[in-house]
Every structure is written in C-alpha cells, then in structure tokens.
Design a protein around this ligand. Structure first.
Ligand SMILES: [Zn+2]
Length: 279
C-alpha cells in the first residue's frame, strides 16, 4: 500500500484512522503475543485515552494516519494497550506501520520542541501552507528538523573497519558514523569523520542507502569507501578501539534493524560472492 504524505486532514473525520500516539518517546500500541499494532482511535477512547496535539500525517491507501501525544500511559485495564519505546517495536510492528511510526515520532518531537520561536521566544502556530510553524511575533518559519548523519563501511581488501564507540555496550563493534557539520558536503563529512575518529584516509566514497532514524530526528545516510592510507589511531573520545576484521572473525555487531548492520551484511555478501569493495 502506498503512503501519501499530507498535512491537511480529510474532510470526513468519521472514517477509521490509525493514531500514532506518543507518551514522550514511547508509542501506544496494542500487544498481541509477539506482535504489536497501532490502534484505531475508536479502540483507545473507551479507555479514557485522549490524544492531544494531533497532526495529520497522510493516507496509507484509504486509511488516514495521525500523530498525537498523551501525558500519561494508559490505565490498568486498557486491554493489551501499552506504551513501548519505538526501538523495541522494530520487528514487532508491521513494516508499513513502523515506517509511519518513525515519521510520526519525528513530527511529534518537532511539534513538542517548536512551540516557541528560537529567535524571539514568541509563540508559534501551524502554517496553513505547509508542514511548518510561523512565529506570531517575528514571522520566522520553523520546519521539522532533520539532522543528517553519515555512516560508512570502510573496506581494506578482505577486511572491514569496525570500531567500538565509547558509548557502546561492552564488546559491541560497528561501522563509523557521525553528524554532518554546517557547510560541508556529505562526502566531505564521511572523509572527515573517518580521519577524526580513527586517523585513516579513504577513497571511492559511494552512496549505499539511507534510513530515517528517529532518535530523535536523524537521517542516516550510508556509504561504502575504500581504505586509502594511514595507520589506525583512535581518537579516544568518540571511539576507544578499532580494527580490521575479516568476515570470519567478527566481534559482536549491531542488530538487524539498523543500517549499520545492512552495511556489514553487504560486506559479508561481497566476500562470499568474491566481489571487491564498493562494486
Ligand atoms: Zn519570533
């Protein structure tokens, strides 16, 4: 089913709609066994759940989708209804609902953090023309914020660079990542992050894929690159250990939900098929 994004809700408010309701960073879902579903509004209202600050997201086929907030979790007795961190719902929600939940999470976060103008402190109100808010005092337009970050698989013949971030769980290694700085291209960001964090140079920087990452407002843009020179020297701040690993000697790596794992899986597949890096 295609999802059509829009900020203007349908005229008919009576038809069944999916509601992506957040209590802080937790999403309201109904849990049945090992799966989870986003509720219809009709199914939450009997339990006294009263969503606030509703935002229309768009239509999934013929079903309107809304995002909203609640102040407190559902009461005892709201059958199967629970609030869960979004990250825990990867793999439990149907794929199409998860995609919209990620979108909803980013819009709710933006809505909650753009009630006042960053320039003059005046109150904002929604724009009638687009998904944006206007400052009522100085006229500044505030758009939903998306923070681009790069993530890169650096390959050196039959080995991939994996690093232990200083904030990672013990023993977990992954590919390098970092936020794009003002004024730099995304490819410059890849080269800078690798150089800063592990001291090496890269070449053949190639786009791989991207993934919205709603913790809280990132867009992860993934690349592959080739090792081009230098010795690994970790920065000791973002990264406290790094090394070259062949596909048969991996340490613990991230779960399948993340684009970092897709990059690592790509490397493994390249090795199996006998292909070189980034080809
Ligand atoms: Zn203002």
């Amino acid at each position: 089913m295609p999802f059509i994004s829009s900020f203007i809700p349908p005229a008919d408010r009576g038809q069944p709609a999916w509601w992506f309701i957040f209590q802080h960073d937790r999403l309201l879902v109904s849990r049945v066994g090992d799966s989870a579903r986003v509720p219809l509004l009709d199914s939450v209202q009997p339990f006294g759940i009263d969503p606030q600050r509703a935002q229309f997201l768009g239509m999934l086929d013929t079903v309107p989708c809304y995002a909203a907030s609640i102040d407190s979790p559902p009461q005892e007795g709201a059958e199967g209804m629970t609030v869960e961190p979004l990250r825990r719902l990867f793999g439990l929600l149907p794929e199409e609902q998860l995609r919209i939940a990620i979108r909803a999470s980013q819009i709710v976060h933006w809505d909650n953090t753009s009630r006042y103008c960053g320039a003059c402190g005046g109150p904002t109100r929604p724009s009638a023309a687009e998904r944006a808010k206007m400052c009522q005092s100085c006229g500044l337009t505030l758009f939903p914020r998306i923070s681009p970050a790069v993530i890169v698989a650096v390959v050196n013949d039959d080995r991939i660079l994996l690093a232990h971030g200083s904030r990672y769980p013990e023993g977990l290694y992954s590919v390098l990542a970092g936020f794009v700085e003002p004024g730099e291209t995304i490819e410059e960001c890849v080269a800078r992050e690798v150089k800063e964090e592990v001291g090496i140079d890269v070449s053949d920087i190639r786009y791989f894929a991207s993934q919205p990452w709603p913790f809280p407002d990132s867009l992860m843009v993934a690349f592959t690159a080739r090792y081009a020179g230098g010795e690994i020297i970790v920065d000791g701040k973002e990264v406290d250990d790094a090394g070259w690993f062949s596909a048969d000697s991996f340490p613990r790596i991230p779960e399948a939900i993340s684009i970092s794992r897709r990059l690592i899986d790509w490397f493994v597949e390249q090795q199996r098929s006998g292909g070189g890096a980034a080809e």
